[in-house]
Write a protein of this length. Structure first.
Length: 397
């Protein structure tokens, strides 16, 4: 493709539609799949965490096979194409539908590849607004320009890209599957260990028993009081938990006055943190320093009868069972009452320590394998982006 081909604004050759804010209270067990931001990934649609809704067949937000979708919030600019297997489905808020106005001017596959290109993506990200998470509007995207060689040349570019990217996409898919399989290794071994415990008649003790741990939750000092923030006491929020084995700091700090005059409290080093609300519910962390947390985090501080890492691994193993007890649908909510009813197997401390050592060694090896696999995955993604960059700079054919 030559660099002097004309360009047009996307709004001149495409039609854009924003999704509708379907209420989660109206979700049902069947009906139309609600196509949300999380379903639009890098170049494909993923039917994860399905939600359904009943709508009339004349609804303007019903999707069709071949529709191009784009995420407008969070990881903005991700695109995917609706396939027959995704239907019936409807377009949710913060997802845009992009369709071609003039097929004699613009090839749909050419458009799809362009929307994945670094040339386009960098402009989308630079136009994103918002600090906690990025947001773009269809108005912003409409004004971006697309190079428009003759239709036949667009199809030549598509053919070359399909040949080159087909193999790369297959390798990307395989690496993702490898990573998923590697992540299951620890879970499988945890299951084996605790099943062995049942055979060995390990005692089981409720997490609510003060003889093995103390459980409580944090609090949030009033934001309006400037004397409460900017101190030297780490204050963790649930979003900072990601199964961290060693937490030494936090994004925000609070003061001693905040501890004295609010429900916030200091947890000692050696406390397991458990996220109780929202998207991160069930995530864990181990404090290696004194710290406070907000109310969305429970702190479990073991006594000398319970190894802290043994507790951490047990909660990791029971996480899905615990989350099944949550209420709140898309935003799970847990309580200390729910946590306390679960029973932890309690072998002798020496056995706990032996199990922890084995699991720590296994976790280390798993991390090494995942690091290599993720590095390979990123290399394939970079290669894909390089071909897309060449294609829309006129260097591919």
């Amino acid at each position: 493709m030559k660099n002097n081909y004309p360009t047009k604004k996307l709004e001149d050759v495409c039609n854009f539609q924003n999704g509708f804010a379907f209420k989660s209270s109206h979700y049902s067990d069947s009906g139309y799949f609600v196509m949300r931001i999380t379903n639009v990934q890098d170049g494909y649609i993923e039917l994860n965490n399905p939600k359904y809704i009943k709508v009339d067949e004349s609804n303007n937000f019903i999707l069709n096979k071949g529709d191009i979708l784009m995420s407008l919030t969070g990881n903005v600019g991700r695109v995917g194409v609706v396939q027959e297997s995704h239907l019936p489905a409807v377009l949710n808020q913060r997802v845009a539908r992009i369709n071609i106005l003039y097929q004699e001017v613009l090839d749909k596959k050419y458009l799809f590849y362009f929307l994945q290109s670094p040339t386009f993506f960098s402009k989308v990200v630079s136009g994103g607004k918002g600090m906690a998470q990025q947001n773009v509007s269809t108005k912003d995207i409409k004004n971006l320009e697309i190079p428009l060689p003759p239709l036949e040349e667009q199809k030549k570019i598509v053919k070359v890209l399909e040949e080159k990217l087909g193999k790369i996409d297959e390798m990307i898919k395989l690496r993702k599957e490898n990573i998923e399989d590697t992540e299951k290794l620890l879970s499988a071994r945890l299951h084996e260990i605790f099943e062995e415990g049942k055979k060995n008649d390990w005692d089981e003790v409720g997490l609510g028993k003060s003889s093995i741990l103390k459980m409580t939750s944090g609090g949030t000092p009033k934001r309006s009081n400037n004397d409460y923030y900017g101190g030297n006491i780490p204050w963790l929020k649930s979003g900072e938990l990601n199964d961290n084995r060693s937490i030494l700091d936090s994004e925000e700090k609070i003061t001693n006055k905040a501890i004295e005059e609010s429900s916030a409290k200091i947890f000692p080093a050696g406390t397991v943190l458990f996220a109780m609300y929202g998207a991160t519910a069930g995530k864990l962390g181990i404090l290696n320093t004194e710290a406070a947390t907000n109310q969305a985090v429970a702190g479990l501080t073991p006594t000398d009868k319970l190894n802290i890492s043994f507790l951490f691994y047990f909660l990791m193993k029971k996480r899905q069972d615990i989350l099944k007890e949550a209420w709140g649908g898309a935003q799970p909510n847990l309580s200390q009452t729910i946590l306390k009813k679960f029973k932890i197997p309690l072998p002798d401390l020496e056995i706990q320590e032996k199990i922890v050592k084995e699991l720590d060694d296994l976790s280390g090896k798993i991390d090494q394998i995942k690091t290599l696999q993720k590095s390979q995955l990123e290399n394939f993604k970079d290669l894909k982006q390089a071909y897309l960059r060449e294609a829309f700079k006129g260097k591919l054919i």
